[in-house]
Design a protein around this ligand. Structure first.
Ligand code: UDP
Length: 236
């Protein structure tokens, strides 16, 4: 499968069309951004880690019955995927209070949430990805109510599966963001699942092992990404 033409270049990935109109290649870059592009940098080897971690997690989720866009890992940085019509809704699931939940609602960081919180954000960098509810998403024509129900129920199932997966690797899954798309009449999980899009805290020490190390200049960014890759790929 060859990269025929660049379809889209995002902050962390390039997406290429292939000779098969049903398939695209996601190429993972080392470029890192935070705070909607206000902070820019690069994390050595991040693309390789995020591709490896995402491929493993999509494979696991697929085995557990979650429909995803993942087809196969082509190389260190390239993932072959089904070509989705991306739904411009970012679904965030939270198990522990952190990030914008703390800033927006005053939760104390680290508070365990009895029931996971599911949030919808408008995927629009120019508008700073605002938090929205279902009525906004429907009014904007992004998805219908039935599709949004599917997104939320898939996100909740994915959360249960991933929480167990990471707990067995001594990582607490604090929160994460998912994107979905339409493909041949169905809805598939798309994008990536990686230390860029999740918060992971070490189960024993509470140490942050994700993009927060880059966002807040905590140091040890590359080491944290490499450690997450190691724990995800090697079963205990
Ligand atoms: N997230 C993401 N992309 C975004 C916004 C959030 O991958 O555009 C992830 C983020 O890494 C975290 C979760 O979604 O794991 C919740 O992010 P939050 O709303 O707390 O925003 P932040 O504090 O990162 O601005």
């Amino acid at each position: 499968m060859n990269k025929d033409r660049l379809l889209h270049e995002g902050k962390a990935k390039k997406v290429f069309l292939t000779e098969n109109s049903d398939l695209v290649i996601q190429e993972f870059k080392d470029d890192a951004t935070a705070f909607n592009n206000k902070k820019k940098g690069s994390i050595l080897n991040k693309g390789v880690v995020n591709n490896a971690v995402s491929c493993k997690l999509f494979t696991y989720l697929q085995e557990q019955g979650i429909p995803t866009h993942f087809v196969e890992k082509l190389s260190d940085r390239d993932m072959l995927c089904k070509h989705l019509d991306i739904i411009k809704v970012e679904v965030v699931v939270r198990n522990v209070a952190a990030g914008s939940l703390v800033r927006r609602y005053g939760f104390r960081e680290g508070t365990l949430l009895d029931t996971p919180i599911v949030e919808l954000y408008l995927k629009d960098d120019e508008l700073d990805d605002p938090l929205m509810n279902e009525s906004h998403a429907v009014a904007l024509g992004l998805a219908n109510h039935e599709e949004l129900e599917t997104l939320k129920s898939l996100a909740t199932r994915i959360n249960s599966l991933l929480r167990d997966f990471f707990a067995s690797r001594k990582l607490r899954l604090v929160d994460f963001k998912l994107e979905f798309g339409r493909h041949k009449g169905g809805i598939l999980l798309g994008d990536e699942i990686s230390p860029d899009t999740c918060r992971f805290w070490d189960l024993d020490t509470g140490e942050k092992m994700d993009k927060d190390r880059f966002r807040f200049d905590l140091g040890g960014v590359e080491d944290a990404y490499a450690e997450v890759q190691h724990r995800v790929l090697n079963e205990n």
